[in-house]
Write a protein that binds this ligand. Sequence first.
Ligand code: FAD
Length: 280
Amino acid sequence: MISANATSISFEFFPPKTEQGHAKLAETRLALAALEPEYFSVTYGAGGSTRDNTKSVVLDGLNAGFNTAPHLSFGGDETDTIIALLQEYAAAGVNRLVALRGDLPSGFGGGARLVHANELVSFIRQHCGEQFHIAVAAYPEIHPEATSYDTDIGFLKKKFDAGASSAITQYFFNPDAYAYFIDQCQASGVEQPIYPGIMPITNFDNLLRFSKNCGAEIPRWLCYRAEALQHKPAELNAFYLEFVTQLCEKLIALGAPGIHFYTMNQAEPSIAICQNLGLQ
Ligand code: FAD
């Protein structure tokens, strides 16, 4: 599906655990499809823990006529399992992947290995040639395990050198972080598009928890404002919506090629932002 908008949009889902969740996701996807996204993507649980469930959501999306991109990491799988999965995806009509190192699920014992994303990109190119558009992850506020700003950008460059086609960022709330990051990537020779990942704000406590793990900075003033409005849900939601809309406006003004929404399987928050932006 080609987006009618100059700013391309895409929406990310996670695979639900229940049948009810799958049915609700089908409704969410239909509602978001009205915005003519370039594609939907479906996450891959840490350590490959959702391999079959991710595949089932991807195939459902393709069968419903929507361009759908699986996220993929080696997880705990053997190379043959990953090759078979790639072949299955290609046969089903997948033309885009999001390639990641991923993290280990909590409680995963010793012995497990994490394969860096640049190696996974090389592996996919080696086995599948140019069959897929491969997106990788990028971190304007720098990956929490990175040893320095420059090495992290160096590793992103390695993912592109291995054959990645584009990158999607971790979510962030400071547009200056993206602007500086893009400058530094370009100075390092990165020419491929880097799409900002945007997290609509719905549940602040969850956001604080996620952000601690993934290293996204929550502006201090935003925390204070959220606290002040905590007993006024309508005002609070309007404030979050305005805040994220303005973030997107600034990113588009900076030249962001599009926006990738972390939907958390909800349609309304992303739709409201897109409507505010005139992306409909
Ligand atoms: P890498 O690029 O391998 O980087 C990981 C760390 O190692 C960084 O600190 C980097 O500086 C360093 N590094 C990179 N390459 C090398 C190398 N060759 N040698 C040494 N060090 C290196 N997680 C999931 O489990 N499932 C998902 O579906 C998922 N989807 C995501 C989608 C997006 C858009 C983003 C931004 C993140 C997603 N994540 C997902 C989270 C991601 O898996 C974690 O952030 C993970 O910790 C890093 O993955 P990566 O692909 O960026 O790893």
